[in-house]
Design a protein around this ligand. Sequence first.
Ligand SMILES: *[C@@H]1O[C@H](CO)[C@@H](O)[C@H](O)[C@H]1NC(C)=O
Ligand SMILES: *[C@@H]1O[C@H](CO)[C@@H](O)[C@H](O)[C@H]1NC(C)=O
Ligand SMILES: *[C@@H]1O[C@H](CO)[C@@H](O)[C@H](O)[C@H]1NC(C)=O
Length: 535
Amino acid sequence: MSQGSCCIVCSRGLYSCNWKRSSAPGKRAGCWFSAVSLVSLLSLIWMYICMVTFNDREEVNGEGFGILKRWVNYFMVVIIFSAVLTSYCVLLLLFALVQVALREPLNLHWLHKIFLSFGGILIVSGVALLCTGWQKEWPTIPLSLQATAPFLQFGAVGALTLLSVFVFRGFHMAKEKWSRILIAATFAALAAAIFLCPLGIRSPCLIEHDELPEKPKLIGHRGAPMLAPENTMMSFERSLACGVTAFETDVQVSKDRIPFLMHDHNSGFLLRTTNVKDKFPNEDFSHSSNLTWEALQSLNAGKSFLKADPFRSVSQLSEEEKETARNQSIPSLRQLLDLAKQHNVSVIFDLYSTNQENDTVDTVDAILKSRIDPSLVLWLPPEEREYVNKSAPGFIHVYNDEAVMRKEGGNHLNLKYSKFNSEEIRALPGAGVTVNLWVVNERWLFSLMWCAGASSVTTNSCHLLKDMERPDWFMSPLTYQMTWITVDLVSVVVMTGLFFFQRKRHCLCKRKGAASAWKEKEVFPLLALLQSNKS
Ligand SMILES: *[C@@H]1O[C@H](CO)[C@@H](O)[C@H](O)[C@H]1NC(C)=O
Ligand SMILES: *[C@@H]1O[C@H](CO)[C@@H](O)[C@H](O)[C@H]1NC(C)=O
Ligand SMILES: *[C@@H]1O[C@H](CO)[C@@H](O)[C@H](O)[C@H]1NC(C)=O
């Protein structure tokens, strides 16, 4: 059996589950081919969305836990499922293209049709869910394009060059003059859009080498939560090894007025990170003031990390580290302040409380009693700033809102990374304002924030970011311009060659009189439709 016919049998077999011989093309085979293309494209876009929102997986899993009170790595499930779906769709599309290239009929098997429809519905409902349930994640997608757009454009030029083979064939096969014009015009418009889109690409990483800002400093988000249970002393100690300049944490106040470190703060606030279910099986704690410091101390805050493995990182821990993790308890704010004082590291925290006034008083008291250098305290909770200013004038005030900061004469901002606007941020350090962005875990995002000139980022993965010596990519605008123009030109040359090659082949075919128009009609449903309307 020749290689060609083996290829024919494989691609036909996988596409139409018809291993024996080519059958006549079925009805609407062209429509199904379009459906395969469309769903493949959608699945690739969906996969892209999953990849760029991977930075915030912990948020999704945390919210999933809040609703279902059950730990599952929800995000990973979605990613694996999407990857399988995307691979399936893209493979199907590849087989279809092989079929077209071999001039075989495109009869999609009914099982593929069912899977494909199912996949399409899943993706559409996924996007709908994202639109309604996780709107705050949308800005991440345009932001990610600032890091990926140049490469996506190169990929699109490559895909366009490949696609041109099929388009030119359709063009030469078209009998009517105006259907040729239609094909040519559509293709030319698409090509122009792809070739010229770099004119619209803006990225902070398109800068001159000597303009690259200093590397942002790292702030450990609840310590180093990929290397140790979040908000435990082990976690903060491990973040010190990354050279963090500040600890980020969350403070609540116990029944006997001791500020302690715990992020979750609604019903079941101890369930995710401690063994509260084993210690107090019949109690339903919903508030930090439900427990005394002594009761909190009796809880284990490390075993659940080893069990849930929220970042799939436990396997990288040594036995000794696992042992230490297994023995962690909930720290008090005082313990953290002592560590910060010892290592000259700042502390920044959210204060979760339904009684901000009282809890602020106790928290400020605890800080003053620790005798930490007040300039190491980055005060973030907005509610009682006036009181804090009066009783602890040395604290540095950090704002979540630029307008409020300007009004109160502050010069430190703390923003979610997706609120970032690269032009604005680059202007701020010039005005003496520092900007911290949270929570930046992935290299591409950190690179982008670096190019944009962020002063610091809050991160879960300080151990990965600490080793980066430069952003993943940055280039001068001129280099980029030369690169994309070269890529475009190469593509134009290749496509011109393909065009004339196809024309020559088509002329030869016509002379031999081997017309196989019905196959072409299947491949180009639009063309077939136009021609049948005409006749
Ligand atoms: C926990 O505290 C909240 C608010 O103070 C209170 O309503 C609730 O009854 C307390 N629950 C327990 C189990 O003590
Ligand atoms: C940690 O270990 C010590 C003794 O090795 C033990 O007394 C303590 O209860 C343990 N703490 C936790 C939270 O398991
Ligand atoms: C603490 O760190 C700051 C910079 O972050 C530095 O200016 C200061 O001198 C350090 N203090 C001590 C006591 O090392």
